[in-house]
Design a protein around this ligand. Structure first.
Ligand SMILES: C[S@@+](CC[C@H](N)C(=O)[O-])C[C@H]1O[C@@H](n2cnc3c(N)ncnc32)[C@H](O)[C@@H]1O
Length: 184
């Protein structure tokens, strides 16, 4: 009994550390609001043979919904969910098992600022990035996207990208705004 309590205590401690300390979670976990999902899916503008990457995918709220819509349209689009938090990765791996479009969903555990972003996309297909991250990290992320992809699209939830103002399209979401950028 005591051993179980000690194990439980340490498990709770690990979860707290992984979610609360910036060293382990540089961007806090907040899922995209479900009420904005239909407009986000519209902004992603899903097409056949694309790659959709969610940098900091959380529990997969957006990527799983998009993969389901893609399947309903018979698209052969790849969905890539990247996250640095091992607990959220485990949740996504579990969700993936029962997802009807699981063959097209990849879960990647890693730091989006360190991994080879170019290797995430299917070759010669359009790549769409979805971001719901801290505003001060947006420009750094756009640089990584530009370095690894010739031309891609970007959808940013809640926060605009100042350097892309010229090509910005703002959509008023039900809860938060959605910013869409073509040819990033
Ligand atoms: C605001 S949440 C967004 C979750 C999800 N995209 C959504 O919209 O529901 C930000 C996520 O980024 C992840 N994250 C933070 N820093 C990261 C990094 N350097 N590389 C990959 N993921 C990161 C966090 O673990 C968290 O799940």
């Amino acid at each position: 009994m005591t051993a179980l309590l000690v194990v439980g205590f340490f498990l709770i401690l690990i979860v707290i550390v992984l979610f609360a300390f910036p060293r382990f979670s540089p961007i806090p976990y907040f899922p995209t609001n479900k009420k904005d999902l239909p407009l986000i899916l519209k902004a992603l503008n899903l097409k056949n043979s694309q790659t959709v990457v969610d940098f900091g995918a959380g529990d997969g709220e957006v990527i799983f919904a998009a993969a389901e819509e893609s399947l309903s349209k018979n698209f052969d689009t790849l969905f890539v969910a990247v996250d640095i938090n091992p607990i959220l990765i485990l949740i996504m791996l579990a969700r993936r098992i029962i997802h009807p479009n699981k063959k097209n969903i990849q879960i990647v555990y890693g730091d989006m600022f360190k991994l080879d972003a170019g290797s995430l996309s299917k070759k010669k297909t359009e790549t769409v990035f979805y971001l719901y991250i801290s505003p001060w990290l947006l420009e750094k992320t756009v640089k990584i996207i530009r370095k690894s992809h010739d031309k891609s699209r970007l959808v940013s939830y809640f926060y605009p990208v100042p350097s892309l103002k010229d090509i910005e399209k703002k959509i008023d979401g039900n809860i938060h705004p959605i910013y869409s950028y073509n040819a990033v």
